[in-house]
Design a protein around this ligand. Structure first.
Ligand code: ACO
Length: 319
């Protein structure tokens, strides 16, 4: 049985913060941010808007029939409203779905992890139809005095509906992994004072940008290559590549390392910045709205994030 994505929707909060707006908050400039990252603007949730609010808004934008028969909800997030209940439980209640619901934590690779879990659930017969949501309010864990991280992230949510699709559509392969020895390079939301390694933790996002950059530029091409091989395909078969939208330079480096034309990659981060788990559905939606993704296209997805984590999958687009 093959499982595919049959609907997709995204939501961004109303408040827009341009690079110039940020230059009033910290010592930075549009020139620095754009040249180092490719980001032009980000959207920030209001005081009364949380990760569940954005997730619910994204689900609301799906075609109404897409919710019929949903029996599994997974929300990938690093910024849940609370430790419990899960954001997924709040979504379940809002739409009164007869579904099992839980959150998943794998930082920015979380949405790709959640897709993998949902596909396995449906293929095993345990579930029939899943909402796989990535939703984040990164602004709530941002240190707005720290220019090295405050310029990178944005809030937003995306949702994909997963269910059985006919051959030859749907997911073909997965590759994923974790390297916890890199935990100290990217973390946020601490309860503990230190990591087991003794490295200090913080309630706000802390990042060693250079280490994360090195990790991402290595792991993204490797993961895409592995998933493509596992699918019995070659890189030349891929029509579109959608990576986590963290930095345009990381995407350019991946294209170069894979020997692929940058035109095959979706770059949407200039519009919405790094939305963590929501960034890949955001980029897929961008490709759909711009006519770059059509039924039958072979697509590789690849995410990376805190943990450190990574995940890639290859699918044939089903609608
Ligand atoms: N504005 C102006 N100057 C800045 C800013 C800013 N916003 N931020 C840093 N600088 C300064 C630094 O202080 C430094 O100054 P110095 O030379 O006087 O010390 C200089 O710019 C260079 O800083 P670097 O950190 O070396 O800059 P770099 O070229 O490495 O770019 C960046 C930084 C953009 C963060 C890059 O390292 C990067 O993209 N890393 C990967 C980040 C990423 O992908 N994160 C996703 C994480 S996914 C998740 O799970 C959350």
């Amino acid at each position: 049985m093959t499982v595919g994505i049959t609907a997709l929707a995204t939501h961004l909060p109303e408040k827009r913060l341009t690079n110039d707006d940020l230059a009033h908050l910290v010592d930075t400039s549009d020139e620095w941010i754009f040249s180092r990252t490719g980001i032009r603007q980000r959207f920030v949730a209001g005081e009364q808007e949380y990760t569940s609010t954005l997730a619910i808004q994204a689900v609301q934008k799906l075609p109404p029939e897409a919710l019929q028969g949903v029996d599994l909800i997974i929300v990938a997030t690093s910024t849940p409203d609370a430790f419990f209940p899960s954001v997924a439980a709040l979504v379940q209640d809002h739409f009164k779905l007869q579904a099992a619901a839980f959150d998943l934590s794998a930082a920015c690779a979380g949405w790709a992890y959640a897709i993998n879990i949902a596909v396995s659930q449906i293929q095993s017969g345990m579930s029939k139809k899943a909402l796989v949501i990535g939703s984040e309010t990164m602004s709530k864990i941002t240190n707005w005095q720290d220019r090295t991280t405050a310029v990178l992230f944005g809030d937003g949510a995306g949702v994909a509906v997963l269910e059985e699709v006919p051959e030859p559509y749907g997911f073909k392969s997965f590759a994923w992994g974790t390297d916890g020895s890199g935990a100290k390079h990217l973390h946020a939301g601490a309860i503990a004072k230190n990591l087991p390694s003794g490295d200090p933790l913080s309630p706000h996002i802390v990042q060693n940008g250079r280490e994360v950059f090195k990790f991402a530029t290595r792991v993204i091409p490797e993961a895409i290559q592995t998933a493509t091989q596992k699918a019995g395909l070659t890189l030349a078969n891929l029509d579109l590549i959608v990576t986590h939208q963290a930095n345009a330079r990381i995407i350019e480096s991946a294209a170069q390392r894979l020997g692929l034309d940058l035109e095959k990659f979706v770059v949407s981060l200039h519009e919405h910045a790094n939305n963590s788990t929501a960034s890949m559905p955001m980029a897929l939606d961008h490709a759909l709205k711009n006519g770059r993704l059509k039924k039958g296209d072979l697509v590789a997805l690849a995410g990376f994030g805190g943990g450190l984590t990574w995940a890639s999958t290859v699918l044939r687009w089903a609608y």
